[in-house]
Write a protein of this length. Structure first.
Length: 556
């Protein structure tokens, strides 16, 4: 199957291979195929390039598989006014087809990395050198190939399983495996990677793959496989496998919930992180690393490119742990930001919230904003459509606080070295709680939800059961994991995207009277659409025409 992957055999950044024998002496600016597969350090450089299959905190204008923040805007938690990767013009309009997925599609990109992983794994055992080093590299690449397939199966369902390198004369017509076959392969490879890699928590700070991270992604894969999208008969064995996989990570006893400032989980290395992918400080505009510039409000000279929706804001409960729709919550839509779940303040920038260091925002200072740090989303405010850098104003009147480092002046330098969280302990708690719920162990589900809620300062324990507890599990994932790339897949695997994705996303319009009082109007910003076929992505038409693979339902 010609998957546009042969070009992936050649690397453009870290290593260049030269098969040419025009000159007898080796080139000075590249390495021959023979030299690479004779030296473990050169093989490591080859392996490092395969790390590009992982998401990062950068945004690279569609050049690689970097849908990290973008996934939030493809569902009801985010809005991207600039239509990156066709999010607004294609994905949320419900007009996705085999011809227009564009930069949102990962088929060819992932198979390129799989080809390189297959090359590596076919060569690594014959390279002389330190056995522990070789074992580590083999474990990392085994994980990376499994992760590439995890992304593919999550997007497309069952896919062709290619385990050996393609050559120029290979038969490229490899049939699609079933979803179950693909998951079985991914899980076995993640187990293999975990065995090859260290079982300690080491490696998070360096951004390298570890054994615990392999087990964490296994937990996520088996949770997806047990969910209604792929388990319509509610097979309890699948939920038992998901529960056991999450429990295996918990039983490592290598990680703990971060007890410091919640916002710091996403900007500092801490014991909650199971695995991260670092971004590279050397890139700026080619692979934009300016996360703060991209996400801050316009009046700070940010772009507000990924903005929270009113839908997400409404998902955060109140400080007493109630939904805002509960009459006992004390929520007042004309005082909407008072007494909310502490995670709301750590994740969302809203009107009147302090943001950043006064030393970096001199131009914002006024009698109503003495140190310049108060966000002004009200009409006529600094961050409004009538304020500063109006082309970048947030249409929803919110921006994300999560992942923003407020300790430096992003207008002076965007050269920061951020990480994207591949997994953290909170996710594993939520995975375990969900699996245990579907196994009928509601007390255990409540226990692990309460650990997260207690960390957020909610001292009242959950008492819900049945469908109410199921609703709470889903709400906790929406709140705890927002802007981390999970909700896109959650609403699909729960088979609720035909509801959540056919609703409009909301905004708030805030007017301020001369006496300073504010009035809040909640409006629809954009109607969104979702068709039954959109639970999976379409396989690109070019691949269907080359190979005759069966297309996903709804795209023929």
């Amino acid at each position: 199957m010609k998957l546009k992957i042969l070009a992936g055999i050649f690397l453009s950044n870290t290593i260049l291979f030269s098969c040419s024998k025009v000159l007898d002496k080796a080139p000075l600016d590249s390495y021959t195929d023979q030299s690479v597969w004779s030296d473990l350090k050169l093989a490591e450089a080859f392996a490092n390039n395969i790390y590009n299959v992982l998401p990062t905190c950068t945004y690279d204008w569609g050049k690689s598989i970097n849908r990290s923040f973008l996934l939030s805007c493809a569902v009801d938690e985010g809005y991207n006014k600039f239509d990156y990767a066709g999010i607004r013009s294609v994905i949320t309009k419900g007009i996705l087809s085999p011809d227009n997925a564009g930069d949102f599609d990962i088929w060819a990109k992932n198979y390129s990395h799989i080809q390189n992983a297959n090359i590596f794994l076919s060569k690594i055992d014959a390279i002389p050198g330190d056995e522990a080093f070789r074992k580590r590299l083999k474990g990392e690449v085994t994980f990376l190939r499994a992760y590439a397939y995890f992304q593919l199966v999550s997007d497309y369902g069952g896919v062709p399983l290619i385990k050996t390198p393609f050559e120029l004369n290979s038969d490229f017509k490899v049939p699609r495996s079933s979803f179950e076959e693909t998951v079985k392969f991914i899980v076995s490879e993640l187990d293999l990677a975990a065995g090859l890699l260290t079982a300690t928590g080491g490696g998070t700070a360096t951004g390298r793959i570890t054994g615990p991270l392999a087990l964490a992604i296994k937990s996520r894969m088996l949770l997806y496989a047990a969910s209604p999208q792929w388990n319509p008969t509610n097979d309890q064995a699948k939920w038992a496998a998901a529960s056991a996989a999450a429990k295996a990570v918990l039983d490592l006893n290598k990680f703990s919930l971060y007890s410091g400032n919640y916002a710091d989980i996403f900007t500092t290395f801490n014991p909650e992180l199971i695995g991260v992918r670092l971004s590279n400080k050397q890139y700026n505009w080619s692979a934009f690393a300016g996360v703060e510039m991209m996400n801050y409000p316009s009046g700070y000279h940010g772009w507000a490119a990924f903005a929270p929706t009113q839908n997400l804001v409404d998902a955060f409960g109140t400080a007493n742990g109630k939904y805002i729709s509960d009459a006992a919550s004390g929520y007042d839509p004309q005082r909407p930001y008072q007494n909310r779940d502490a995670r709301f303040y750590a994740n969302i920038v809203f009107d009147g919230r302090s943001l950043g260091n006064p030393a970096y925002v001199d131009w914002r200072k006024s009698s109503n904003n003495p140190d310049g740090t108060l966000a002004e989303f009200f009409e006529g405010g600094l961050d409004s459509p009538q304020g500063i850098d109006t082309w970048n104003n947030s249409e929803t009147r919110y921006t994300f606080r999560k992942y923003m480092d407020t300790t430096y002046d992003f207008n002076a330098t965007t050269q920061t070295n951020k990480f994207w969280i591949l997994s953290r302990l909170s996710e594993i708690y939520l995975n375990y709680a969900e699996a245990e719920f579907y196994l009928g162990h509601e007390a255990t589900a409540r226990q692990y939800l309460n650990l997260l809620r207690n960390r957020a300062g909610i001292g009242v324990g959950l008492t819900e059961s049945g469908t109410d507890l199921e609703k709470r599990i889903r709400n906790e994932r929406q709140v705890e994991l927002c802007f981390e790339g999970h909700r896109y897949y959650d609403v699909r695997r729960w088979k609720v995207a035909d509801v959540t994705q056919n609703l409009p996303i909301g905004q708030v319009i805030i007017t301020r009277a001369q006496n300073g009082t504010k009035t809040y109007q909640y409006k629809d910003l954009e109607q969104r659409y979702f068709k039954p076929g959109n639970y999976l992505l379409p396989i690109p038409r070019t691949e269907i025409e080359r190979t005759g693979l069966p297309q996903n339902p709804g795209y023929n």
